[in-house]
Write a protein that binds this ligand. Structure first.
Ligand SMILES: [Mg+2]
Length: 258
């Protein structure tokens, strides 16, 4: 039994709702760095997040996929919209791969474009960028609350670590550990951490990630919670496997009350 206790949190959809930021940053990245002749990005697009984009967000694992989605939404012809989004979702990964191939893109470069777009906004007007994120204050209070019980907080995100830290700082929360996409997969990170800590729980809004944790021998003992307030697909709440529990914002406190 480890004496050091740790709670793990995903970032996007769990600690903050960053929908406005994802849309803005991906749009800016497509407009400035993608050089695709197929798209047309009008300034009005920045004013409101596309509904199709919101509907697609639960499928996203890595940031670069959002550039693919925005690219498809802003295409002059055969664009992705609410009428054909189901087809795209049904073969989501295959579609993303095909679009990469068709345009001779590689995912790492798209991720760099997204990071560059974020970096530019931060350099120009940090407050405006950070304000595109809406915090879930219940989660922030929970992180404060467990600190009093000497339970540490760790954030594992598929975002760049730098960007997550900037937002956390602004929210005035300082988790002991922050890992971005640079540190490997969430299963790898959780597996390493479980050598050192007793992991009290992992709160995440991507069901597949929790299933991966439960299917790995080194991490399957970690209690997993699907964040009901995050970016969930319609059927995610049904029949959760491997004792993964659906967690509502109002029930957070109960996790340490026992
Ligand atoms: Mg998430």
């Amino acid at each position: 039994m480890h004496s050091k206790k740790l709670f793990l949190f995903d970032f996007d959809g769990v600690i903050v709702d960053g929908m406005n930021e994802y849309w803005n940053s991906a749009l800016l990245a497509c407009e400035k760095y993608l050089n695709s002749p197929e798209i047309f990005i009008d300034h009005n697009l920045y004013k409101q997040v596309s509904n199709t984009f919101i509907e697609m967000r639960p499928w996203v694992k890595y940031g670069w996929e959002m550039l693919i989605i925005v690219h498809e939404i802003t295409k002059r012809e055969n664009s992705l919209n609410n009428n054909n989004k189901i087809n795209f979702q049904n073969k989501y990964h295959q579609n993303c791969e095909e679009i990469l191939l068709k345009n001779s893109w590689i995912s790492e470069d798209l991720q760099k474009c997204l990071d560059k777009s974020r970096k530019n906004q931060i350099d120009q007007d940090f407050d405006s960028w950070v304000n595109l994120h809406k915090p879930f204050y219940e989660v922030i209070n929970f992180i404060e609350r467990i600190k009093k019980d000497k339970i540490k907080s760790g954030i594992i995100t598929t975002k760049g670590k730098l960007f997550a830290e900037k937002i956390l700082e602004k929210l005035n929360i300082f988790p002991e550990l922050v890992f971005g996409y640079e540190s490997g997969t969430k299963v790898e990170i959780a597996s390493k951490l479980s050598n050192e800590y007793e992991i009290m729980g992992f709160i995440e809004d991507r069901k597949k990630t929790l299933v991966d944790i439960k299917q790995n021998n080194y991490t399957k003992h970690i209690p997993c919670y699907l964040a009901d307030w995050g970016y969930l697909k319609k059927n995610d709440r049904n029949k959760l496997p491997y004792e993964i529990k659906l967690l509502k914002l109002k029930d957070l406190e109960q996790l340490v009350a026992i």
